[in-house]
Design a protein around this ligand. Structure first.
Ligand SMILES: [Zn+2]
Length: 370
């Protein structure tokens, strides 16, 4: 694992007649457009109503009322029936405040809370966190998430170079919270690790260099790697069979879908969300399409980006059509210049992916509640 750039790549073809090309084109600035005269499917709305199971909402900015109204307009325009909002708080008072902002649009939002991990590293941690979770549930929290461990633990804090470690998913301190979530009928959205390319050398061989550089993870003592994080997640999921988990971003296994399948096979109480990975799987459309068909009962749709009609429609185009070689621009960040290709998923699979599996997650969580 290294974050050092290798020596500049010397392309032999860049000598001679090519000398007059611009000396340098930054990868960041490379924004190709398709030259192909091939069919383009225009998509206004998703073919079936969508529940977005991974959204951070619009309550963070200076005018949340307007921003949430705008979200609803976008949802109406593209066919998102309901959006699961990760409020980002486990503090009941704050959760109640945020809930009020979304209450103007009944039926369009489900609000999920976080854990209150105050005092995680102090003796006596536990009862207060369980109590806060129960209060959030009473205030209407329908699930928990996004709970994140990128290697330093859930609830870790960074100030400058100092990192206060949190707890990995299988940490004994978190076990009562996972268990309680199950008893309260609250599914959990959990993010572990990061895409594989952030751990690879930042050089000319990195398959997704611009994004990898943006999210690079410098080697740091105490950092748990991707395998360690997935094993920790699997132990937590296994230890709490009555708690329903939805692991974000295909558990970072978009590059290794067979492994994702094996993980899902081992844990019937585990689902995986597609959020922020539609572009990745669109680059291997036949393999990923076959995978989604095989695991059509275990994958749920989610966005994870600020609502934007063009980007959402492009994702629906990817899932629904067999269009080839098109590009997406996600709002707010530079992603990749890989062209996308449609998976052309069958109607029955789309219905599950878009909506039915999300409803099933709620149903199973409610059925398991004590
Ligand atoms: Zn997210």
């Amino acid at each position: 694992m290294s974050t050092k750039m290798n020596a500049p790549y010397e392309n032999p073809l860049s000598k001679g007649p090519f000398d007059n090309l611009p000396a340098q084109l930054r990868l960041w600035d490379f924004q190709p457009t398709s030259i192909f005269k091939i069919p383009v499917t225009k998509i206004e709305k998703a073919r079936y109503p969508v529940i977005d199971l991974h959204q951070h909402g619009a309550h963070h900015g200076p005018d949340p009322v307007q921003a949430i109204d705008n979200m609803v307009k976008t949802m109406d325009a593209v066919g998102v029936e309901r959006s699961v909002i990760f409020t980002g708080t486990g503090e009941p008072g704050k959760f109640a405040q945020i809930s009020k902002l979304y209450a103007a649009h009944p039926g369009r939002f489900n609000l999920w809370c976080s854990f209150d991990l105050t005092g995680l590293n102090s003796p006596g941690f536990g009862p207060k966190a369980l109590d806060a979770l129960e209060q959030c549930r009473h205030l209407g929290a329908e699930g928990i998430g996004e709970i994140t461990d990128k290697g330093f633990g859930i609830g870790s804090e960074r100030s400058g170079a100092t990192i206060v470690p949190g707890a990995h998913p299988d940490d004994a301190r978190l076990a009562p919270l996972w268990e309680k979530a199950g008893r309260l009928g609250m599914p959990i959205s959990i993010h572990v690790s990061d895409p594989i390319w952030v751990y690879e050398p930042m050089d000319n061989h990195n398959d997704w260099l611009p994004a990898a550089w943006t999210w690079r993870i410098p080697p740091t003592p105490g950092l748990l790697d991707q395998d360690g994080l997935i094993q920790s997640l699997e132990r937590a999921v296994q230890n709490h069979p009555k708690t329903i988990f939805s692991a974000c971003h295909l558990i970072q296994q978009d590059y290794n879908l067979e492994r994702l399948g094996e993980i899902l096979d081992r844990h019937p109480n585990l689902y995986a969300d597609l959020s922020a990975r539609v572009q990745e799987i669109s680059t291997i459309p036949r393999f990923s399409g076959a995978f989604i068909q095989k695991y059509q009962d275990r994958i749920v749709y989610g966005t994870d980006f600020d609502y934007n009609e063009e980007a959402i429609r492009c994702e629906f185009r990817t899932l629904e059509t067999l269009d080839e070689h098109f590009y997406i621009v996600y709002p707010g960040y530079n992603h990749s210049f890989w062209p996308m290709n449609g998976l052309g998923l069958p109607d029955a699979v789309l219905k599950k992916l878009y909506r039915e599996n999300a409803l099933r997650i709620y149903q199973r969580a409610h059925d398991n509640a004590a």
